[in-house]
Write a protein that binds this ligand. Structure first.
Ligand code: AVJ
Length: 363
């Protein structure tokens, strides 16, 4: 039932979600490192095929952005964060570095659960602040990319010998049922990844998160703020073309995993800021007609010359609207941290004692 993961360091084990809860409790108290593999862990199987087929059947066509993060995509995203135009990661890391100790003062020694942790690079500021106050820290990174997750767990365990790390390989929802087991907890959702959700998906996410947390638990949310259009648009159109590679990788993944046979040289990256909706729309534009095959489902899709396929949205936030809306889901604001240019914000929230109260306030 516990298999040694191939090619991973020996103290990383992969297990399926059904044994997760008791295993979590044991490992977090006795120590050790593990990867829990959820049902939605990245597999070359049918999940991606069905998602692509349904997205390419829509009008206009759109693909699910979570599939951008396979091994290659996670590595390309990591390079995006190093581009001079991509201010988000750098700005957020600065805010975290300046305020991690303050955050720890407010929360106390809670377990850290990070959603969409990737390589967990920024989280190190939090881990250090936690370890400055206590001999050990419990950290649960959650990510769809097994490769990125394994790498992150390995790096953290080497860096912080006393850290107790359990990676959860799956999407956010799979981690929600575990939150009650590991409370008191702070769920960490950085990078303005919440901006990838359509408003209704964001609402569902926040409602589910609030109801999975126990009263007194914390939620640390990173949001990119509305600013001058040129600054935002440049961040998604870096001159080195790394973001274009990121978009193109989704189609390369379709070639690798679905036998799609797409000529990648016809796939262009188009990222535009829509100030009316406060969001960046990222499209793949097909410079020439293509037939996209999804072999396992026996389906093909004809994409016309010039057609745009939406791969991602990245929404930007106004603090004045965002904070009250978060509170409406059953949170109280403990603190809001920003950088000196007010480009990015970290919002520290606490789950209120009762959800019904705040729901009433919302309606
Ligand atoms: C990881 C979702 C926060 O929207 O800025 C960056 C993803 N896509 N460049 C973002 C992304 C293209 C990123 N998030």
């Amino acid at each position: 039932m516990l298999d040694q993961a191939k090619g991973n360091s020996p103290d990383i084990v992969i297990m399926d979600g059904s044994q997760a809860s008791s295993f979590l409790r044991d490992t977090l108290t006795t120590g050790g490192t593990a990867i829990l593999r959820g049902e939605t862990a990245d597999d070359p199987g049918l999940g991606f095929a069905h998602s692509v087929a349904s997205g390419l059947s829509m009008c206009p066509r759109r693909l699910e952005s979570r599939y951008l993060y396979d091994r290659q995509g996670s590595a390309i995203f990591d390079r995006i964060t190093e581009q001079p135009e991509y201010y988000l990661t750098r700005t957020e890391a600065g805010i975290l570095a300046d305020n991690a100790c303050r955050i720890r003062e407010i929360t106390g020694p809670v377990t850290l659960v990070e959603l969409g942790s990737g390589y967990s690079l920024k989280t190190d500021h939090l881990l250090r602040a936690w370890l400055a106050c206590a001999p050990s820290v419990r950290y649960i990174p959650v990510d769809v990319s097994e490769a990125a997750l394994c790498e992150a767990c390995r790096i953290i365990c080497n860096l912080h010998l006393s850290a107790r790390v359990i990676g959860v390989n799956g999407d956010y929802r799979e981690a929600f049922p575990m939150l009650r087991e590991v409370s008191p907890v702070m769920v960490v959702f950085l990078g303005s990844t919440i901006g990838n959700f359509e408003p209704e998906d964001e609402s569902r996410f926040l409602a589910e998160l609030a109801s999975s947390l126990s009263p007194g638990d914390f939620f640390l949310l990173g949001v990119d703020l509305v600013k001058e259009q040129l600054i935002i648009e440049s961040a998604y159109n870096d001159v080195a073309g790394v973001t274009a590679d990121f978009t193109r990788n989704l189609f390369a993944r379709m070639n690798r995993e679905l036998g799609s046979d797409i000529d990648l040289s016809v796939v262009e990256h188009v990222a535009r800021y829509n100030p009316l909706r406060d969001q960046v729309d990222i499209h793949a534009r097909f410079a020439r007609k293509q037939i996209v095959r999804v072999e396992s489902l026996g389906k093909s899709f004809a994409i016309a010359e010039g057609e745009m396929v939406l791969t991602e949205i990245s929404r930007k936030y106004h603090l004045e609207a965002c904070v009250p809306s978060l509170e409406g889901f059953g949170f109280e604001t403990e603190a809001v941290f920003t950088d000196e240019r007010n480009w990015f914000a970290l919002i520290l929230l606490k789950r209120t004692d009762s959800l019904s109260e705040s729901r009433e306030r919302r309606t």
